[in-house]
Write a protein that binds this ligand. Structure first.
Ligand SMILES: [Fe+2]
Length: 462
């Protein structure tokens, strides 16, 4: 196949405006703060996201294409510093040498040949560690979906592909979960060939304590973006988004939405016992908020439910995204709506992960303006015990995924990178956990625009 044509960036909603790639890399201390950073807020907020190093060729599908850029806002003694770096995969390094994009989009059946990229990279796919970030066992990892992550150093420099001593060559999900009670990190990985799904465990020191273990009963290649963890189970929601790579070569999508297959839910015992399988009617899920064990052996899972996977399919029609709870176990699967807003990117105080949580923070749309797909103008906080619903929307800022910020004072906060609709300046917002709807107590002015999208993590200093 010939080299694909450049993408028309000016007319691609995820390559212009708030989503336009950022090509500058900076490290700036002493940032301006409107308001006051709270005492005891010591640590770094890191966010990863798709950010093509060069103007893309072929197709660009948000959020699955791009290169990774990691943004860090470091808070210390009331001051703020911003640093950003590309995640330098071998493909990014080769493109920097060439000064242009060499690989096309992940849905394009085009792979550069040896005369362009050398024998080692010929016919490889672009690696995409651009989705999420996690710190565990002394490693900071930029995470891809179902592929090896990349380890980052203290200056956000790329240390290299992380296969955990060769034990996980296939990689892992972009959404592993850390059990705050045991310090373990648990991950899964999907693949296109049997066994289709595996799970693995990392001890608190980062060592692999369970190498990739097949999820018995997984019988087809599915796209599975997120997971949840309870004290007892790994919870895997297998929506009917089926891979068929052969379709790429026929000019079609490698993914097919097949609602007639319904959703399978696997409860995988963390002790290695037999997998419990459940079925329910079709829906799509990108993200979980949390799961926890109920008395009697059932599991509660809070997650965002879509009718179908949006732009990844040709399917059309209304597609609300609701915060729902699935109760899984003795009575099969029961799904109820917790929160009627149109939301995504649910997050909790991660210290409550695997146990009962109270507040789910989400990104959402107020309904007061037209927004490009994948962007928001509001944050919502929903208390699953009281039903209390708090909203923040100031009309000029488009926030990103919220993250819970711990502090040494014991007070809790929520942080979010936001970009101003009017002038495209970016800010890091700090909301108090108590009454976040009153607005941020501090707004840190970031020195460059941070493109909208995807996931982040708060890494406390102590
Ligand atoms: Fe995600």
């Amino acid at each position: 196949m010939n080299r694909p044509a450049p993408v028309d960036m000016a007319h691609h909603s995820h390559l212009c405006g708030m989503f336009a790639p950022q090509r500058e890399e900076v490290d700036v201390r002493g940032l301006d703060v409107v308001g006051e950073l709270p005492d005891g807020l010591e640590g770094s907020y890191l966010r990863n996201g798709p950010n093509p190093r060069f103007d893309p060729i072929g197709h660009y599908v948000y959020p699955i294409d791009g290169d990774g850029m990691v943004h860090r806002i470091e808070l210390s003694a009331g001051t703020a510093r911003y640093t950003n770096r590309f995640v330098r995969t071998p493909q990014v390094v080769a493109e920097e040498k060439a000064g242009r994009a060499l690989w096309a989009g992940i849905t394009d059946p085009y792979f550069p040949a040896a005369d362009e990229v050398g024998p080692d990279l010929a016919n490889t796919m672009r690696e995409l560690p651009d989705i999420n970030i996690v710190r565990h066992g002394g490693r900071t990892l930029a995470l891809a979906e179902a592929a090896p992550p990349y380890a980052l150093g203290t200056d956000l420099e790329t240390l290299g592909r992380e296969t955990f001593g060769g034990t996980l060559p296939v990689g892992l999900t972009a959404h592993p979960k850390i059990d705050p009670r045991t310090g373990e990190m648990v991950a899964f990985c999907y693949m296109l060939d049997p066994p289709y799904l595996t799970w693995s465990v990392f001890g608190p020191d980062g060592a692999v304590t369970r190498a990739a273990t097949p999820v018995e009963g997984a019988d087809r290649p599915l796209m599975v973006h997120d997971m949840a963890l309870t004290g007892t189970y790994i919870v895997l929601v297998l929506a009917p988004m089926v891979f068929d790579l052969g379709k790429i070569f026929d000019g079609g999508s490698p993914l097919e939405w097949r609602p007639e297959l319904g959703v399978q839910i696997a409860l995988v015992p963390r002790d290695g016992g037999a997998v419990r399988w459940f079925t329910t009617d079709a829906f799509w899920m990108w993200h979980t908020a949390n799961a926890f064990d109920l008395p009697g052996g059932d599991v509660a899972l809070d997650y965002v439910e879509w009718r179908y996977p949006g732009a990844l399919t040709a399917h059309a029609g209304p597609n609300p995204s609701l915060l729902r709870r699935a109760t899984i176990g003795s009575r099969g699967v029961t799904r109820t709506t917790l929160h009627e807003r149109d939301i995504e990117f649910p997050r909790i105080d991660d210290r409550r992960s695997t146990g009962r949580h109270r507040v789910v923070a989400t990104l959402g749309r107020s309904g007061s303006r037209r927004l490009p797909s994948g962007s928001a103008d509001a944050l919502f906080w929903f208390d699953v015990e009281t039903g209390a619903d708090t909203v923040w929307c100031d009309g000029t800022l488009s926030p990103g995924e919220p993250a819970y910020l711990t502090s040494t004072s014991g007070a809790g906060y929520w942080g979010s990178i936001a970009t101003d609709f009017t002038d495209l300046t970016s800010w890091f917002l700090v909301f108090p956990e108590v009454d976040p709807g009153a607005g941020p107590v501090a707004r840190v002015r970031l020195p460059i625009r941070v493109p909208a999208g995807l996931h982040g993590a708060w890494l406390p200093s102590a």
